[in-house]
Every structure is written in structure tokens, then in C-alpha cells.
Design a protein around this ligand. Structure first.
Ligand code: MG
Ligand code: ZN
Length: 352
């Protein structure tokens, strides 16, 4: 009697141990990066959206320092993407490499090694700096064809973004969409959804997708919803979603362009947080790589949801940007820290 009790107790312990080792211990990670989406961009979006956005739903807020390296305060999206994805500050223009050109390992690559499924979604080309920081290792961000080749043999399982021409109209004459042994390429989200392939790419546009004002489809939220269904629920996943064109609106100092791109990014956050509410072993982190345009919200009117915008530059600024987090391990993202810490915080979650 006593012995059988002990044995069952042992098996209960063993059972707990097994549960602890499955994907419930390693959380799903949804990382949203609004390119150029600083605090003023979020403030502008908030007031235009009647003082309520998906950002209100987050549990914790942190702040990151975005300077590129010890010399340059201003960062581009390649250095900032590398800092977030690979945990090291580097020279502007470089991707997945430190300033001495040593290849770095990205969080996506580390998570893949830990058994994660991985995905990237962007509203620029998929070979653009921000998404590329998670899989490419090149000295110059504009080596798009080389970056496309690197994507084909990368740790990325699913991707949605523009830039088909870098895969098919190449200087080396290769057609990666035909020659890739790893990836199945699909032409729409329905086929993405129904495909049984383990690696799927959807190149949404020839070059950069148009802006939302010009009618871009699919939206970030739509692509993310498909990917969230795509991931096998028996394994954890990591997905990075980039609101790429928030930055371009900032460069143009164009508030209408900015607000439309912000609203789309905001909706992707809602999709992420809705998922996290139903799937408790999920961490959602939303941040920016830097602020663009030196935007300030000078005044406005909450009754008719208008703002008066003013801009300080056509480029990036070195102003700190916020990090919002919810879900499993989310508290670790509060505080004021370097952008490189996002990589280390994510890595620590899976370092046992
Ligand atoms: Mg970008
Ligand atoms: Zn920019």
C-alpha cells in the first residue's frame, strides 16, 4: 500500500517534470516592431483613435536606449535591428554582424535550436533591414539578393512580405522561388493556410508593398492570424511582425500616412494580445527600433479626435523608445535599458 503510494507519487512527479519540459515551459513569443514608432507616434495614434489603442492593454512598459554604437547616436534600422535581434550594437548599415564583421547569432536562430517554430511578417520587402536582422549576416543592408539567398537556408519557417524581384530577377540568374528545396512559395494567404509544407514563403509584392493608403493587402493582422493558426500548438513559436512603413511616413513627415500605418500595427497588437489571452504560455512584446521624424504632438482636440503635428527632421532621432509587454515573463521587460537587452531578455527565457 505504502509502496504503491510512493510509486504513484513518483509518477506524478515525473508527469509534472514532463509537463514542465514541453512547450509550456518555453513560451510562445510574439515580437512586434513598429519601425520608427516612437512615443509621439503612439501618442498621435492614440488621440486620433479617440484615446484608446491596443497599447492600453499591455501590462508593463519599459524604455530602450537606441543609439547605434559608442560613436553614433543616430541608428538606422539595420544597426537597431541587429541590436534587438542579435544583442550587439553595430555600425549603421550592418546586419547580423558586429562592427568587426563577426557574424552574430540571432534570437530567432537560438530559438529555432531550442525547438521553436519561427515566422517573420513585414510590410516592407522581407529582405529589408528589420526582418533581415533576424536571419541575415551581411556587411551592407542593401545586398538584397544575398540576403534573399540567406533567407532560403535560414532558420525561418514562415514568412510574409514583399520583394519577389530579389528572388527571381537576380544578377546570378537564379530563380530562388523555383530552385528552393526548403520553401514552398504561395501566392495568397488562403494557400498559405492550406499548405502542408513545413516552410512556406509568401512574397506579397514584386518590390516594397504599397502603403495602406494606396491599398496594401494583406494587412499585418490578417497575415498574423494565418500564421498563428499555422503554428503547431505542440511546439512553441517565435514570430516577429514589423509595421515597416510607420518609418516611411515619418521620413515623409506625413501624418495621414503615419496614422493609417499605425492603425494597422495597432490591430496586429490586438490580434497578438487576443491570442495571448487564450494561450497563457505566450509573451507579447511591442517596441520600435527608433523614432522617425522628430514628431511632436503640439495640441489637438479630443472631441473630434484631431491632433496638431510638428516635425523636427526628415530622418531618425536618438530619442528613447518604449517597450510594451504582456504575458509570460513580461515583467522582465520593464525598466530603462539598452536595445540590446531585448535579445538577452528573450534568450534568458530559454536558457535553462
Ligand atoms: Mg524596417
Ligand atoms: Zn527610416
Amino acid at each position: 500500500m505504502k509502496r504503491s503510494f510512493l510509486i504513484s507519487f513518483f509518477f506524478i512527479l515525473l508527469g509534472c517534470g514532463q509537463n514542465a519540459k514541453n512547450h509550456n515551459e518555453y513560451p510562445n513569443i510574439i515580437l512586434l516592431i513598429g519601425d520608427g514608432n516612437g512615443l509621439s507616434q503612439i501618442s498621435a495614434g492614440n488621440y486620433v483613435m479617440n484615446n484608446q489603442t491596443a497599447f492600453d492593454r499591455f501590462e508593463f512598459v519599459g524604455i530602450i536606449k537606441v543609439h547605434a554604437d559608442e560613436i553614433s547616436l543616430l541608428t538606422d534600422s539595420a544597426a537597431a535591428g541587429t541590436a534587438i535581434a542579435c544583442g550587439k550594437k553595430t555600425k549603421n548599415g550592418m546586419l547580423g554582424m558586429d562592427a568587426e564583421k563577426n557574424e552574430l547569432v540571432s534570437i530567432l536562430e537560438i530559438l529555432k535550436e531550442k525547438g521553436y517554430q519561427t515566422g517573420l511578417i513585414a510590410t516592407s520587402t522581407i529582405v529589408h533591414a528589420t526582418p533581415a536582422a533576424f536571419y541575415a549576416h551581411v556587411e551592407a543592408r542593401n545586398e538584397y539578393e544575398l540576403i534573399a539567398s540567406q533567407l532560403m537556408s535560414s532558420s525561418v519557417d514562415f514568412f510574409v512580405g514583399g520583394g519577389e524581384k530579389y528572388f527571381v530577377e537576380r544578377e546570378d540568374g537564379k530563380n530562388l522561388m523555383v530552385e528552393s528545396k526548403q520553401f514552398e512559395f504561395v501566392g495568397n494567404l488562403e494557400d498559405f493556410q492550406s499548405s502542408k509544407s513545413e516552410k512556406i514563403g509568401y512574397l506579397t509584392h514584386e518590390n516594397n508593398p504599397p502603403s495602406l493608403l494606396e491599398g496594401r493587402t494583406p494587412t499585418l493582422g490578417e497575415s498574423l492570424s494565418v500564421l498563428l493558426k499555422k503554428f503547431d500548438q505542440n511546439k512553441p513559436f517565435f514570430v516577429m511582425i514589423e509595421g515597416s512603413q510607420i518609418d516611411w511616413a515619418g521620413h515623409d513627415n506625413d501624418i495621414e500616412f503615419l496614422i493609417s500605418e499605425f492603425k494597422e500595427f495597432n490591430q496586429a497588437i490586438d490580434v497578438s494580445l487576443d491570442f495571448a489571452e487564450k494561450n497563457l504560455s505566450t509573451l507579447v512584446v511591442a517596441t520600435a527600433d527608433h523614432e522617425t521624424g522628430g514628431l511632436s504632438v503640439n495640441n489637438g482636440n479630443l472631441e473630434n479626435n484631431t491632433i496638431i503635428d510638428a516635425w523636427g527632421t526628415g530622418g531618425h532621432t536618438a530619442t528613447f523608445v518604449p517597450v510594451f509587454s504582456s504575458g509570460y515573463h513580461a515583467v522582465k521587460f520593464s525598466g530603462l535599458y539598452e536595445n540590446t537587452e531585448i535579445f538577452h531578455k528573450l534568450k534568458n527565457i530559454v536558457s535553462h
